[in-house]
Design a protein around this ligand. Sequence first.
Ligand code: COA
Length: 383
Amino acid sequence: MLQETVQSPDVRKGLAGVVVDYTAISKVNPETNSLLYRGYPVQELATKCSFEEVAYLLWNGELPNAQEFASLVAVERTGRALDPTVRAVMDSLPVTAHPMDVCRTAASVMGARHELTEDSSPEANLRKAVDLWAAMPAVVAYDQRRRLGQEVVEPRDDLDYSANFLWMTFGEEPAEDVVEAFNVSMILYAEHSFNASTFTGRVVTSSLSDLHSAVTAAIGALKGPLHGGANEAVMHTFDEIGIRPEESPEDAAARARAWMEDALAHKKKVMGFGHRVYKHGDSRVPTMKAALDKMIAHYGRPELLGLYNGLEQAMDEAKAIKPNLDYPAGPTYHLMGFDTQTFTPIFVASRITGWTAHIMEQLASNSLIRPLSEYNGHDQRSL
Ligand code: COA
């Protein structure tokens, strides 16, 4: 007979509330709804910096001077093109494969092919982090294109990271405000302390495995709808309610409210709402919502704002649960023209910076991560 499951007071399911290590990379403060990257408020970084500068900050602890910035950008631009071997592996996968599976596979292939794979010195790890970061947009962009039966678009050296990402995905030079909104999303998604995927990366690293293995595992953790997959799930909610471009925002809001009331009456979890750490609102949402507002104006789609507001208000009134970053990010990427399935891989391209910063921090002061469990199976018995 199995023993009755008794939760000892020491067992913390989901590690909720457990502090497992120090980090100097970011600080999430749920009391003040604030998030700092290396001491700087993320809202300020998102509106004043490029994603390249923020990536440098996360890895090195300080923002780059002009020369440091130029050398990072030079390495990033030379690493943008899709590696033919990675492309061949991607082409061998069915177009029905989830883009997160494609991304995870590509990261693994890049690890197996990198000349520094087995070198985990700080210098080698930084180089591998930059190479992976530079290469991932081509994977994400080509995967969306191959699903649509389109060819690879070669990168352009005259565009920054965000503009080039959009260029490689759509083969058209993006408008400036679209690039700005995309840049904001990349900065906001870059880092968030010991979330599930970052912790996964740190666990893998703690066994002294290599950087690509840790990132590959982190991608697997990010795929789940309770974590990164929520931005994709948000769009499924919008689709289920029905997107009607000709509808007034008021009518769209009313339908969204009715959908939410029904979902909550059926005890559904609605993706894009709630957070393990923030209980009074996600610090990143106002900045991402401002970017979404700009995209709604740019593409002339006020009915999407109606859906957005209707769901948010109905959830607030019923349960006082606030949206998380995935909620405004989903419709923003939709407006830009990304496939819903591509949303979480975009998150990967951004979070590679945070993951790899944590991998390097973990190695600099490593201790094998190996928690204990409370046994609740059979008592000892004989065969
Ligand atoms: N929709 C409906 N109810 C929700 C909810 C949501 N998105 N998020 C939390 N709740 C409710 C739970 O049902 C639970 O209610 P109960 O006490 O009546 O059972 C209560 O709020 C606590 O939720 P719980 O899941 O225990 O909190 P958590 O801290 O473990 O969960 C999340 C955090 C993120 C996993 C959770 O909010 C969630 O599943 N959100 C949707 C997925 C998502 O958007 N993830 C992206 C996170 S950035």
